[in-house]
Each structure stands twice: as structure tokens, then as C-alpha cells.
Design a binder for this molecule. Structure first.
Ligand SMILES: C[S@@+](CC[C@H](N)C(=O)[O-])C[C@H]1O[C@@H](n2cnc3c(N)ncnc32)[C@H](O)[C@@H]1O
Length: 215
């Protein structure tokens, strides 16, 4: 119960952070489009039903809709302001925005792919176990989970990040402390969730990896 309370508080901090950042978000994050393009390249031809976790203003959907103009994408995100910006994009007619916490909302079923960019590096390993099982369950057989996200270089760096977070989390100036997992932790959680063919790919950024997993 206590764990869940912490998660909810963290989700509220996160929502507040992105409500404040939504206005200038694209100006800063256009610099990171290369990683999002890379993720799109790994989707299979014919992909049409996609779930995007933490899609925000929808930057990763720009290259995605260039390659899959007829795709239908469900975006789950905590922040009404980020989703408001997303729904002004030219492809908004093919997007369903769901405003809520990954751990609370119903994802639906039978997606060809679940994608996420820069949105899953704030969770404890035990919460990710729950989340990745939920991702597994909402994919069609053979479906792909592609997550491009920040990493800790190894398990010691991961432990250090969580130690720093625990020391500073009550400081209002530190509402958004990153706690990325090491690639080996991510891979182990994906495997335990039931995924096969797990791959960890380098990206254009040293502190990012692209995790690919197949149901
Ligand atoms: C850094 S932004 C990434 C946005 C977009 N994917 C991109 O790459 O530009 C992270 C997004 O994840 C959302 N987010 C973080 N934690 C969440 C949670 N627990 N449930 C739903 N959305 C969450 C935030 O609201 C934010 O829009």
C-alpha cells in the first residue's frame, strides 16, 4: 500500500512538472528527434494499431505518421497540457488521447506495437514489473514493445540514482529527479514479464538505449 501511495505522489509531481513545461517543450526536445526516428525504423511494415506511453506533445509521432500515415495511435499521458499540444498536430484525427497514469488507466487490447520515448525513467523496478506485464498483456501475439529511454550505465549507477532521489525527493526544487534503470535490469524485467527476443540497441545518445521486445 505504501508503495502505491509513493507512486501516486510521484505521478502527481510528474503531472505538475509537465503542466508547467508543456509550452516550451518542443523548442527543447526537437533536438532529440533522431532517437524518435530510430524507434520508428524498428517498427514492422504494416503496423497499424499503436499504443504510445507518455506520448506528451507527440514528437515521436511525427516520423511515425510519415512512415505509417494510416496508423491509429492511442496516447496515454498524465498531463492535459502536453496532450492539448498533441491534439493540435495535423495527425490528431488518428490519435486517441487518454489522460491518466500508466498504472491506473485501461490500455485496451491487441496492439501491434507499444512505443515509448523518454517517459519511463522514473519508476522503481517493482513498479516497472507491473507496467511491463500490462504492456505485454495489451499486445497482440507477436506484437512489439519499443522503448527508447534514458539509462543508468550499470547497476551501481542505478542504485546511486535511486539513493539521490530518496534523499532529495521532498525538496520541491527536485520534483523531477531521473531514476533510470541499467540495461541489464530493464532486460531482466522484460524477460520476467514474458517477452521473447529482447534486444538492447545503441542510439545517437550515449545515455539512451532502444529496448526491443517481442510478445
Ligand atoms: C519527457 S516527456 C516525453 C514526451 C514524448 N514521448 C517525447 O519523447 O517527446 C514524458 C511524458 O511522460 C508522461 N508521464 C510521465 N509519467 C507518467 C505516468 N505515470 N503516466 C502517464 N504519463 C506519464 C509525462 O506527462 C510527459 O508528457
Amino acid at each position: 500500500m505504501a508503495e502505491h501511495m509513493n507512486l501516486t505522489e510521484r505521478a502527481e509531481d510528474m503531472r505538475g512538472f509537465f503542466e508547467r513545461k508543456a509550452d516550451g517543450y518542443d523548442d527543447v526536445h526537437f533536438a532529440f528527434m533522431e532517437t524518435k526516428r530510430l524507434l520508428t525504423e524498428y517498427l514492422r511494415d504494416g503496423t497499424s494499431r499503436i499504443l504510445d506511453l507518455g506520448g506528451g506533445t507527440g514528437l515521436e509521432l511525427i516520423p511515425l505518421f510519415e512512415r505509417f500515415p494510416d496508423a491509429r495511435v492511442t496516447v496515454v499521458d498524465l498531463s492535459p497540457a502536453m496532450l492539448g499540444a498533441l491534439m493540435k498536430r495535423p495527425f490528431a484525427d488518428r490519435v486517441t488521447a487518454v489522460c491518466g497514469d500508466f498504472f491506473e488507466v485501461d490500455f485496451g487490447m491487441n496492439f501491434d506495437a507499444v512505443i515509448s520515448t523518454s517517459a519511463l525513467h522514473h519508476f522503481e523496478p517493482e513498479d516497472k514489473r507491473v507496467l511491463y506485464r500490462k504492456v505485454y498483456d495489451c499486445l497482440a501475439p507477436g506484437g512489439l514493445f519499443l522503448n527508447a529511454d534514458k539509462i543508468s550505465v550499470n547497476r551501481q549507477a542505478e542504485a546511486d540514482a535511486f539513493a539521490y532521489y530518496r534523499t532529495h525527493r521532498d525538496n520541491p526544487d527536485c520534483a523531477h529527479i531521473d531514476t533510470p534503470l541499467a540495461p541489464s535490469t530493464e532486460a531482466e524485467i522484460l524477460e520476467n514479464a514474458g517477452f521473447a527476443r529482447i534486444e538492447v540497441r545503441l542510439t545517437d545518445r550515449d545515455n539512451y538505449r532502444l529496448f526491443l521486445a517481442e510478445k
